[in-house]
Design a protein around this ligand. Structure first.
Ligand code: SAM
Ligand code: DTB
Ligand code: SF4
Length: 326
């Protein structure tokens, strides 16, 4: 039997490292499933209450019509998914939705816009939304596409707590998925956000036809950022008719759970969000993801444009597993 090259004893203090090699991370993926989950859960409970799950709610504040060509995305103008584009919402309507989310138990409200990057009057309206949502007592998060340094500073001043901008996949596989925005563009936005003092929410999507080596590489890149993202969303591809990835084969359920476990081990102080794709997962699979170290979800019946589990089902799942909101 070969010995794993990485284990908890490498990091007796906090387990936080930024120098994980592809070989080490590949070795974690290769561990027997029970061994991997045990390591992930052991590290998880050093840093978090193992029964607490952070609850975020998403709202699409500007839907569809996006000029980018991300092959997974129903909101791109490049694909005919039957989605009706909508203009940027009014501030009052967003604040009402945020209030409802808070009353339903969310601690963070995430506003998503299908833009390459925000501009002009629309950006000013988003700044107002951020301030008003924060005044409702919620943590604020936004995902608006690429940001420059000045926009990042303005969002910080307006009260933005988190900015979501994903690496999406490995640098090696990236060109198969997106051609209109480069990997380096994404790194630049993440730098601006971090330097403005906003917490970074950054993860990716699995199940897009990438190989395990790409999942290894994506997680190495995330853990290699100058600071580990405060939140790491792991999305399982939601296949939408009309997008080029509609007919992609499903990723194996255990491989998905392994991806969560490795994310937990590599970024032990980060919230790992079991993100898009829960509607297609069984309760049992989600329970395994929580055991593997996932400790955040999107709660509410819609993600941006696609479905998310019924809140009644999520409430029942929390009850059955003895989980509580963080
Ligand atoms: N337009 C902005 C951007 O991409 O920079 C923000 C919104 S975009 C929808 C946010 C993230 O949602 C994407 O980076 C991607 O990781 C995720 N996403 C989009 N469509 C998805 C799908 N069909 N399945 C899983 N995740 C998806
Ligand atoms: C993230 O990583 N996942 C969320 C959030 N960040 C913005 C979005 C998932 C979108 C799924 C497809 C849709 O509903 O349009
Ligand atoms: Fe546009 Fe974001 Fe969708 Fe890409 S993921 S097409 S940038 S909305």
């Amino acid at each position: 039997m070969t010995e794993p090259t990485a284990c908890l004893s490498d990091n007796p203090e906090t387990g936080v490292r930024h120098d994980w090699s592809r070989a080490e991370v590949g070795a974690l993926f290769e561990l027997p499933f029970n061994e991997l989950l045990f390591q992930a859960q052991t590290l998880h409970r050093r840093h978090f209450d193992p029964n607490a799950v952070q609850i975020s709610t998403l709202l699409s504040i500007k839907t569809g019509g996006c000029p980018e060509d991300c092959k997974y995305c129903p909101q791109s103008v490049h694909y005919d998914t039957g989605l009706e584009p909508e203009a940027l919402m009014d501030v009052d309507a967003v604040v009402s939705a945020a209030r409802r989310a808070r009353e339903a138990g969310a601690s963070r409200f995430c506003m998503g816009a299908a833009w390459r990057n925000p501009k002009g009057k629309n950006f000013e309206r988003v700044l107002e939304m951020v301030g008003r949502v924060r005044a409702e007592g919620l943590e604020t998060c936004a995902t608006l596409g690429m940001l420059d340094a000045e926009q990042s500073r303005q969002l910080k001043v307006a009260g933005l707590d988190y900015y979501n901008h994903n690496l999406d996949t490995s640098p090696e596989f990236y060109g198969e998925i997106i051609s209109t925005r480069t990997w380096d563009d994404r790194i630049d936005t993440l730098t601006h956000v971090r330097e403005a003092g906003i917490n970074v929410c950054c993860g990716g999507i699995v199940g897009m036809g990438e190989g395990r080596a790409d999942r290894v590489s994506l997680l190495c890149e995330l853990a290699g950022l100058p600071e580990h993202p405060g939140s790491v969303p792991i999305n399982r591809l939601v296949k939408v008719e009309g997008t080029p990835l509609d007919h992609e084969a499903d990723i194996d359920a255990f491989e998905f759970v392994r991806t969560i476990a490795v994310a937990r081990i590599l970024m032990p102080e980060s919230y790992v969000r079991l993100s898009a794709g829960r509607t297609e997962m069984t309760d049992e699979m989600q329970a395994l993801c929580f055991f593997a170290g996932a400790n955040s979800i999107f709660y509410g019946e819609k993600l941006l444009t696609t479905g998310n589990p019924d809140t009644a089902n999520d409430d029942a799942l929390f009850e059955r597993l003895g989980l509580h909101p963080a």
